[in-house]
Design a protein around this ligand. Structure first.
Ligand code: NAD
Length: 398
């Protein structure tokens, strides 16, 4: 897959932006990446990859000749027509999505009939329409706009880019939508071409549904504990039903990460702002919060109090195969254990550097076995495979 294809710009070189850049480079495009973080851009230019994502470092190295990194949007504008926007949209205190980075991009882009913004960032339904309104008010209505939500999963993001379950393109039926469809065509994925608002909602609804599945199986697990059923067997029996499927039926400590918590909140707020009370999502969020704290209650019950007790946390990242600590359950757990007087040790094969910046008051162990030394209780927080060291995975270069 190396035939020369249309060049693209990628604005924001985080998990989504870098994987999108590497993926389209693999499909044959020259890619012009822009980020406001000058230090990050410098590292990327030197060939360093600031995040841990399996296969990403190799793919970026393979296509280093086709990948350009800069803080200057003008370069991307000069060489490309489609600008994929992959900046962060974190939650605000109210739970709404913070769109300030998206708006900074909209502000920075000049009037043009030759360019289009392709929104990869997850934004509330209605954002595309609002951006088009702003562009028109500023005399920039020549710019195209396409919603192309991203569904990759951290930990298998490169694999997901190359083998998507579907590609969703929301647009007004113009050249920009056609160009995005053409770019993705080598992947031969099912295409959902629709209007902008529907594309935005596909993303939010998909994440909300998956989060609901997790909270559902966690509640089933809690009932299983009371009724002596084994939730692993229950999930297996349920998952074999083709209507249900086995994915996202692993009971555990609750969902975290940079997407589910914020996207579920954002959809709930979006519904509320439109006058609809999304009761189901309110419950999904509450179950998830309680699930993290349930671990503390269990430890207290089994250890007869936590003061001076040695607790080992195995894994800190919000899920295996990533160094991402955003909204990781380990943040709540370690803070609660500390507050209750426990002595906490933890081991994570990849996320330790990131965790050190976020968690204080615990001992970072050299290995899983080291973390377990003299432990009164062990909490399996992240399901890293025990064979991690021998799978060829490596620490990120940061
Ligand atoms: N991480 C995921 O698994 C995932 C999956 C699907 C969708 N998304 C969505 O994709 C978006 C990006 O997520 P991420 O995890 O890649 O974020 P990230 O925080 O890893 O990366 C965002 C990047 O954007 C840069 N940036 C911020 N403002 C900028 C600007 N004005 N111009 C240029 N660069 C700018 C930041 O410096 C950073 O490098 C979010 O909306 C997220 O919800 C994320």
């Amino acid at each position: 897959m190396t035939a020369e294809r249309q060049p693209i710009g990628v604005i924001g070189t985080g998990y989504v932006g870098l994987v999108t850049a590497a993926g389209f480079a693999e499909l044959g495009s020259e890619v012009w990446c822009v980020d406001i973080d000058a230090a990050k851009v410098e590292r990327l230019r030197r060939g360093e990859v600031p995040i841990y994502e399996p296969g990403l470092e190799e793919l970026l190295a393979k296509h280093s000749g086709r990948l350009h990194f800069s803080t200057d949007l003008a370069q991307a504008l000069e060489h490309t027509r489609l600008l994929f926007v992959a900046v962060g949209t974190p939650p605000t205190y109210s739970g709404d999505a913070d769109l300030s980075a998206v708006h900074a991009v909209v502000d920075a882009i000049p009037a043009s009939d030759a360019h289009a913004l392709v929104m990869k960032s997850t934004v509330p339904c209605g954002t595309g329409a609002a951006i088009q309104r702003v562009l028109a008010e500023r005399g920039k209505d020549g710019l195209g706009y396409v919603s192309c939500p991203e569904f990759l999963k951290e930990g298998s993001a490169v694999q997901d880019f190359m083998n998507p379950d579907r590609v969703v393109v929301g647009d007004g039926g113009d050249w920009a939508g056609d160009a995005v469809v053409e770019l993705y065509s080598p992947l031969q994925a099912p295409l959902v071409r629709t209007d902008i608002a529907s594309a935005e909602m596909v993303k939010l609804a998909s994440n909300a549904f998956l989060a609901t599945k997790i909270s559902f199986i966690n509640e089933i697990a809690n009932v299983c504990e009371e009724t002596h059923a084994d939730v692993v067997e229950v999930a297996r029996g349920m998952g074999l039903d083709g209507r249900i499927g086995p994915k996202f039926l692993q009971a555990g400590i609750g969902f975290g990460g940079s997407c589910f918590p914020k996207d579920v909140d954002a959809l709930k707020q979006l519904a509320g702002n439109s006058g609809y009370h999304f009761q189901l999502l309110t419950a999904v969020i509450e179950v998830n919060e309680l699930q993290k704290r349930r671990v503390i209650a269990k430890l207290q019950k089994h250890l007869g109090g936590l003061v001076g007790k040695r607790i080992a946390l195995l894994g800190l990242a919000f899920k295996p195969n990533t160094d991402d600590m955003r909204e990781a359950s380990s943040l709540v757990l370690s803070a609660r254990l500390n507050a209750d007087g426990a002595l906490v040790s933890a081991y994570d094969p990849v996320a330790e550097d990131e965790a050190r910046t976020l968690i204080s008051g615990l001992r970072f162990a050299e290995s899983a076995m080291d973390a377990l030394t003299d432990a009164d209780a062990i909490v399996l927080v992240t399901e890293w495979p025990s064979s991690w060291r021998s799978t060829g995975a490596r620490s990120p270069s940061r």
